[in-house]
Design a protein around this ligand. Structure first.
Ligand SMILES: Nc1ncnc2c1ncn2[C@@H]1O[C@H](COP(=O)(O)OP(=O)(O)OP(=O)(O)O)[C@@H](O)[C@H]1O
Length: 315
């Protein structure tokens, strides 16, 4: 029987010396869900998933997969988990087909079953033409796709992908995105990313992590709503010092409820943001500031991250 919450994490902790890499993290992932762990470098995403797959021992907390605790029943559940690590780990001197078949057989599949599974994964990941090529001859994006295939040869029910989109060319990105969505039709997927756009497109729900803690968990839509109401006015300017930016922000009309400046960008929010445009343009002109570009844009997960941490994902 499969539990509705295929994965449950409760109070997970991991320390490296004084550093709390993962600090009291709790979340659960429903069967058939794509769950994204989003956070900047060093947030604790990889450490979390290493503990989820049993690669790293937690200092505290509980992880259960399909109702079985990892600490006491790992042997029973390890075949249910497939991990695709951030690093590319492949056999360079085997062909794509050979290595997938070999990996399948090492999980106990018959030669025929492993061969069939390998062919089907190669097809799904756009590598069919490369089936008899040595892995070392593939492009970086193709090697990454082969890496993903290797995590899936044993048909795991829980698939954990660490930065699956890192280093992919745009074409591979779309292919992998579609593939991950297909996987979740029958399985449960957890992925880590620091790319908010990918987290938004791929995930049913997202946990925003920072400094080892989960700050928010919700659907991408709800998280974006939490950053504020309505669209944002984004104005690109040139040559504005921090002092001047501060003066401008202080002088903006009262109906402008959200005001930020960083890296040549003013970001403003208000309930009637369109009506702000003439007022803000006049104000910038009064400060002799030249507007390079003005755009009305939808809220992103980065806005949600900024709303809870006060800084951007890459800062
Ligand atoms: N083996 C280790 N020894 C000491 N510190 C570690 C170790 N592994 C990770 N850390 C530290 O723990 C923190 C969390 O790292 P982790 O790799 O989990 O972050 P992340 O969110 O996955 O970041 P990235 O996106 O860069 O992979 C970081 O400060 C990192 O330097």
């Amino acid at each position: 029987m499969e539990h509705e919450n295929f994965l449950a994490v409760e109070g997970l902790c991991k320390k490296y010396g004084e550093l709390s890499a993962v600090d009291d993290v709790s979340f659960s992932v429903r069967k058939g869900e794509v769950f994204g762990l989003l956070g900047p470098n060093g947030a604790g995403k990889t450490t979390t998933i290493r503990m989820l797959c049993g690669l790293l021992k937690a200092d505290g907390g509980q992880i259960t997969v399909n109702g079985v605790s990892i600490s006491s029943g790992y042997e029973r559940i390890k075949a249910m988990i497939g991990l695709c690590p951030q690093e590319i780990i492949i056999w360079e001197l085997l062909t794509c087909l050979e290595q997938l078949k070999f990996a399948g057989m090492s999980y106990g599949l018959t030669s025929r079953a492993a061969g069939n599974k390998a062919e089907s994964l190669l097809q799904s990941l756009g590598l069919r033409d490369k089936r008899n090529k040595l892995a070392k001859t593939l492009s970086g994006g193709m090697q990454r796709r082969l890496n993903i295939a290797l995590a899936l040869v044993h048909d795991p029910k829980l698939i954990i992908l660490d930065e699956p989109q890192a280093g992919l060319d745009p074409q591979s990105r779309i292919l992998v995105r579609d593939f991950v969505r297909q996987l979740a039709e029958e399985r449960t997927v957890i992925l880590t990313t620091h790319d908010m756009d990918e987290a938004d497109r791929l995930s049913d729900r997202v946990a925003i992590m920072d400094h080892g803690k989960v700050l928010l968990i919700d659907t991408p839509e709800k998280l974006k709503e939490k950053s504020g109401a309505g669209e944002l006015l984004q104005i690109r300017v040139n040559g504005v010092s921090q002092d001047l930016a501060r003066q401008v922000l202080n002088s903006l009309p009262d109906e402008c409820t959200e005001k930020q400046y960083s890296d040549g960008l003013f970001l403003l929010g208000a309930s009637g943001v369109l009506e702000l445009i003439p007022k803000v343009s006049q104000r910038l002109k009064a400060f002799n500031i030249h507007i390079e570009d003005m755009t009305l844009r939808k809220r992103t997960l980065e806005d949600a991250f900024i709303a809870v941490t006060g800084r951007g994902l890459s800062e």
